[in-house]
Write a protein that binds this ligand. Sequence first.
Ligand code: 13P
Ligand code: SF4
Length: 302
Amino acid sequence: MNNDNTLVLAHYYTEPEVQKMADYVGDSLDLAQHAQREKPKRIVFAGVKFMAETAKILNPDTEVILPDSDSTCSLVEQTDIIQLKAWSMQYKDHTHVMYINSSAKMKALADVIVTSRIVDDVVAAEYAKGNKVIFSPDRNMGAYLNYQYGYNMPTWSAVCEVHEKFKADELKRAMRGWTDGGKFVLAHPESPLPVLEMADYVGSTKGMLDWVKKHPYNFSTIFVATEEGLLYNMRELRPDLDIRLAPTYSGCQCNACPYMKMNNTGNVAEAIKTGKGLKIDYLSDSDIEKAYKPIARMMEYA
Ligand code: 13P
Ligand code: SF4
């Protein structure tokens, strides 16, 4: 943290130059935990809006700044709050588990918030208590949990516009090529189910980084179905491995999250220096209070 008590947080999907400006780089759960632990005067959040909102909800007295006000997330933008409310009302006797990639108003409809790192455990714990569960807003993550554990959770229908583009057929084709060592597939659970079915490991950003760190062989080729920014961190950890992006459809370079990439060295520096950017000061006390409860349950689980 710098002299004027500003904490700069960056997600792994931001550009390497932006990550170098941060006091702390992490996945969405790490960043929420860090924001809560440090309690600074100001947070500059080089990530996307729902992450900055979560930091504000955890620290209502902190000034939280998002360098570019347009850095949103397709899972938020594809969800109409009135329709989500009507859908969840059909399942009043279910526990509503909601992915952190959701706006503060969406979170107010949830019973517990999860990140991709803890979603498996949280849903399992709800079933172990005898509860029925619904999952929102990520359709692919919900489909994966149903497939992997034999649940029958109703799920909302939004997708991550980046991960949705990975294609199992293209991945199969790419894996037929000759490589020096073994071939492995890692995938973020926002990817489509046919890609997840091919994966040696399905998990969060941090989970995939840990997998790569501990990988026991040299020269392996690792196909990764996630946002391309994470490959920088993976290659830093394991320069001996051949780490490649999993393919999307032929010719498409769609592995970058356009919202994360709105953070650049210029607007992050400006936010640190002058406080320029979107101030997360538009949430009412009631929004904060309602969204805090399911976030607090996530923090207890984590
Ligand atoms: P993580 O929780 O793994 O950081 O993922 C956040 C995200 O937006 C993935 O697309
Ligand atoms: Fe949202 Fe997908 Fe970007 Fe993650 S990668 S912030 S889920 S649009």
